[in-house]
Design a binder for this molecule. Structure first.
Ligand code: ADP
Ligand code: MG
Length: 273
């Protein structure tokens, strides 16, 4: 989930799509790359100073297995937490070898480890999916910038989902974001694609939301998911309870919308987008 604008719904989308997939029986790893650690909070994963997290993975090459915690709010979701020291990663990474590929290397080692092969037990002993993989999905919550943390995410991922908030200037900055993905695709990760655009905080009562949605659809066509996420108090309340909206209020319109998004994301083959 990437967009260098803050407050557009990256974190909310990450944790709620993760929850929707997990509640449908999938195993999901969330990598929290934002120093604010909001994804870790919503998943009920401790990330106070001193907790080992994604900083240790990126800077000291600590195996992911040693930092991942199971979510306390949703079974089937695990999280590599972010702590405040992740702020320093943007600068500290500059001087390190393979600075763009540190997350990719850590993920490759972690997801290919066999059941019981690793020393850590954080991800449980029943450590694989039905098809022998450790996770069905890995979701990465990016910080609001296009710096080295987001570049690490782009180098590790195959798909970029861009949440766009239905407000004035929604398209501002998107040219730069699309160009960044394009550059990474050409130089660092040929597999990377923008695979979905999600309209968030849609307010059906305002003409503005409809106008912005129409403009985004005109610009991005079939990449825009049919489901948009309505503005909803339940969605914004859930994190303060250490929960996702899917567990906090499963029948709310926000929970239903994120379930629809998870269905859309898994139904469409990448090539068809
Ligand atoms: P980002 O990760 O892009 O910075 P967040 O997901 O943290 O954005 O969302 C920004 C703020 O908006 C948060 O306080 C969040 O709770 C709130 N928010 C996100 N989506 C919705 C929504 N659909 N309805 C109401 N509030 C929302
Ligand atoms: Mg965020």
């Amino acid at each position: 989930m990437a967009n260098q604008k803050g407050g557009v719904g990256k974190t909310t989308t990450t944790v709620n799509v993760a929850a929707a997939l997990a509640l449908a029986g999938q195993r999901v790893l969330v990598v929290d790359l934002d120093p604010q650690g909001n994804a870790s909070t919503a998943l009920g994963v401790s990330h106070h100073e001193g907790v080992r997290g994604i900083y240790d993975v990126l800077i000291d090459a600590i195996p992911l297995d040693e930092v991942i915690q199971a979510s306390s709010s949703v079974d089937g979701v695990w999280c590599a937490p972010s702590t405040v020291d992740v702020v320093g990663c943007e600068i500290e990474l500059v001087g390190l070898d393979e600075r763009e590929f540190r997350l990719r290397s850590a993920l490759r080692v972690h997801v290919s480890e066999e059941r019981g092969a690793s020393s850590g037990t954080n991800t449980g002993s029943d450590n694989v999916t039905d098809n022998g993989r450790r996770y069905d999905f890995v979701l990465i919550d990016c910080p609001p910038s296009l710096g080295l943390l987001t570049i690490n995410a782009f180098a590790a991922a195959t798909e970029v989902l861009i949440p766009i908030q239905c407000e004035y200037y929604a398209l501002e900055g998107l040219t730069q974001l699309v160009r960044s993905v394009d550059l990474i695709q050409r130089h660092l990760n040929p597999e990377l694609r923008i695979s979905a655009i999600l309209m968030t905080m849609f307010d059906a009562r305002t003409r503005l939301s409809a106008q912005v949605a129409a403009e985004v659809r005109e610009h991005f066509g079939a990449l825009v998911l049919a489901t948009s996420i309505p503005r909803s108090v339940r969605i914004s309340e859930a994190p303060s309870h250490g929960e996702t909206v899917l567990t906090y209020d499963p029948n709310s319109v926000g929970a239903l919308s994120y379930r629809e998004v998870a269905i859309e994301l898994t139904r469409q083959p990448l090539a068809a987008r």
